[in-house]
Design a protein around this ligand. Structure first.
Ligand SMILES: [Zn+2]
Length: 453
């Protein structure tokens, strides 16, 4: 269902025609920027029974066959415009007037108004009807869950602060999850049950499951066949509290991801759009916020960098039977200096961009989209510009003093896709932390740790 309207900018009086595609969400804050003056304009829809919007539209179309009874498409839909004033709608839209397509769920292309060529139509033509239906179901899950995000965040906070009593209470009352005992492994199990449930629509379930299996298998194999070596690694992780701190920080990424639910929706669609090539067709997100997601990206990249220490430690145990032993000769400078870190601690200080180099023939496949070090550098060094009208992000990956020579450009949608990929990688590796934690907490891991003392 689409709602067309015409607005006049409060700052410069410029007229913009808007075609708003309705999502099945009961509150829909759409945003765009005035092309003439850069003013932020919002169209906020309040939809009664948002999840039945499609059914309502269908009923309205069917009743439209009855000529004497015109369809009441917008029944139960309220809207409020900010930064602009709604004026009498151009009928039909004049192709010369500024135009924006807006839809929370799909990427929308820039350009002139074409009747019938709605964002939904364009998207389902790119993905095919079956995949578009999958996308709708996945977002349906988000629509059903998003109001509970604050409770999930509260639960994580209680866990992180060690308030296990209130944690158990909240898990039981709000999420219907009973905790078997006060033992940490049972509390962990409850926590991850809730988190996985709410994170599910943002992940690729097949990949997550495959990865969990791989971690468990690798761990079991090592615990059986390299007992002492694995014991020493677990001991190290336990003594330094590296794992505990990292787990706490990993758990903090869910809050900003839930917070970014709206701009991530069109990025989720790109999972299904096989015709998508980054930067080829500029497409926009129907919200404008970028600034607040910069920090999220940086924080997640920082966590990824720390997670790679675990990947490297395991890789070293697998290949050389010692978590501190890195392969020599993988990176030797022109002057003949071997750059391989002395031990795992030294590896922890290696910049993220260089870390994958020292994972020789790694047991874990890194996702190249998630390991975008240029973008991370651009953000970390605050060398990044954002144009709100075009949604173009320009970043300068290299530290070049005052010059800004080599620049890269992506759109907000591409950025959201990369953020999603980074989140998925951090979430995948969070499974590894979970596995290592179990190995430490449970037999035979616990006894191994004691044995090496
Ligand atoms: Zn304006």
């Amino acid at each position: 269902m689409n709602i067309n309207l015409t607005v006049q900018c409060d700052e410069c009086s410029n007229i913009t025609n808007c075609r708003c595609g309705m999502s099945n969400r009961d509150y829909q804050p759409l945003k765009f920027t005035c092309r003439s003056c850069g003013n932020a304009i919002g169209i906020n829809f309040d939809v009664k029974d948002g999840d039945s919007l499609d059914t309502m539209a269908l009923a309205a179309m069917l009743s439209a066959k009855n000529k004497r009874k015109p369809p009441k498409l917008n029944q139960g839909v309220k809207r409020r415009v900010t930064g602009a004033t709604e004026v009498v709608r151009e009928q039909p839209f004049n192709p010369e007037t500024d135009f924006v397509d807006l839809h929370l769920d799909f990427p929308v292309v820039f350009g002139k108004y074409v009747m019938g060529n709605t964002p939904y139509m364009q998207a389902s033509m790119r993905s095919g009807a079956e995949k578009a239906a999958f996308h709708r179901d996945r977002l349906g899950l988000i629509n059903a869950q998003y109001k509970k995000y604050p409770q999930v965040i509260k639960l994580i906070g209680m866990y992180n602060n060690g308030f296990h009593g209130p944690f158990a209470e909240l898990a039981r009352k709000t999420f219907k999850v009973e905790i078997k005992s006060k033992r940490l492994e049972d509390i962990n199990a409850a926590l991850y049950r809730v988190v996985s449930h709410f994170v599910l629509p943002f992940t690729l379930p097949d990949t997550s499951q495959g990865v969990s299996r791989k971690f468990t298998d690798t761990m079991m194999d090592l615990l059986q066949n390299k007992k002492q070596e694995m014991g020493a690694f677990l001991q190290k992780l336990s003594d330094t509290e590296y794992l505990a701190h990292l787990q706490r920080d990993c758990l903090k990424i869910y809050k900003p991801i839930f917070h970014a639910e709206l701009p991530l929706r069109p990025a989720l669609f790109l999972d299904l759009d096989m015709s998508y090539v980054e930067g080829e067709v500029p497409m926009r997100v129907s919200t404008n916020d970028f600034e607040e997601y910069k920090e999220v990206y940086k924080d997640m990249a920082e966590i990824l960098s720390r997670q790679l220490v675990l990947v490297a430690g395991l890789n070293n145990v697998l290949k050389r039977g010692d978590h501190d032993a890195f392969a020599r000769g993988v990176w030797v400078t022109a002057k003949g200096k071997d750059q391989a870190p002395e031990n795992l601690e030294a590896y922890a200080d290696v910049p993220l961009g260089n870390k994958p180099r020292f994972l020789d023939d790694s047991w874990f496949d890194l996702d190249p989209v998630a390991h975008d070090n240029k973008l991370r550098n651009g953000i970390a060094h605050a060398k990044i510009d954002y144009n709100e009208v075009t949604q173009k992000i320009t970043y300068y990956p290299k530290l070049e003093g005052m010059e800004r020579a080599s620049k890269e450009e992506i759109f907000l949608l591409d950025y959201m896709r990369r953020m999603l990929a980074l989140f998925r990688e951090v979430h995948r590796l969070h499974h590894l932390i979970k596995c290592l934690n179990y190995a430490i907490l449970l037999e035979p891991g616990a006894s191994l740790v004691k044995k090496t003392q």
